[in-house]
Design a protein around this ligand. Structure first.
Ligand code: G3P
Length: 221
């Protein structure tokens, strides 16, 4: 499964890019606003840090304006992927920009039928909002499982990008359910990496090492 980071904070992106675990980045209008920076600057900087898909989202509500913004976003960098919302105008815009070869991330997806239609229209990614679905009802991970079955049944090339990963458990469940990608906020990536048990065991090993005589530690001198 590919790992994207879900943030517009370039310091956090740099921190995890250094580990070699990032395959891409997703942003949304709220995350850009949180960065406190101009959208053009922040997307360009993100694309210079991570060599992989970078999602930027349109902010208009009518199809013509979405198509216009999609073209602007796509021109920023070869790796740009345009996020379009799951609504009537979003489907029309998806249809139109797919024909232009613009890479897309059909976002705010809450049902398998929305995903099926987006895949038929050639979306590059579809983003089920797993965590948000669980907040209002249940079945976020089940939604990913359904989508994986549907995409397999019809050999769609569209990738399932599990989004709204609010805990590390969601990431594990997305992987088990067959998501191609999970986009993960920095705090959840941190939870995936660190374990108090690992730290405790390491502390025990090093205490015994420290107690060993110096003449037996020549390798690292
Ligand atoms: O970027 C889209 C999505 O991952 C948002 O997550 O935590 O705001 O539901 P969240």
């Amino acid at each position: 499964m590919k790992i994207f980071i879900d943030t517009a904070d370039v310091d956090e992106i740099r921190k995890y890019a250094k580990l070699g675990i990032l395959d891409g980045v997703t942003t949304n209008p709220a995350l850009i606003a949180k960065s406190g920076r101009d959208i053009k600057d922040v997307l360009n900087e993100i694309a210079s840090i991570v060599d992989g898909p970078v999602s930027g989202e349109v902010v208009s509500l009518d199809a013509d304006s979405m198509v216009r913004e999609a073209r602007i976003l796509a021109k920023l960098h070869d790796n740009m992927v345009v996020k379009l919302p799951a609504n009537l105008a979003g489907f029309e815009a998806l249809h139109r920009v797919s024909a232009e070869g613009i890479k897309t991330n059909f976002t705010l997806v809450y049902t398998s039928n929305q995903a099926l239609l987006a895949a038929k229209l050639g979306a590059t990614f579809v983003s089920p909002f797993v965590g948000r679905l669980d907040v209002t009802s249940t079945g976020g991970s089940e939604l990913v499982r359904e989508m994986a079955t549907i995409f397999k049944n019809y050999e769609f090339e569209t990738q399932i990008l599990a989004a709204s990963m609010r805990t590390a458990v969601y990431v594990k469940e997305a992987a088990l359910a067959g998501a191609h990608v999970a986009t993960i906020p920095p705090n959840v990536l941190s939870d995936m990496i660190n374990s108090e048990l690992s730290d405790l065991a390491l502390k025990g090993f090093l205490a015994e090492w420290d107690a060993m005589p110096d003449e037996n530690k020549t390798l690292f001198k």
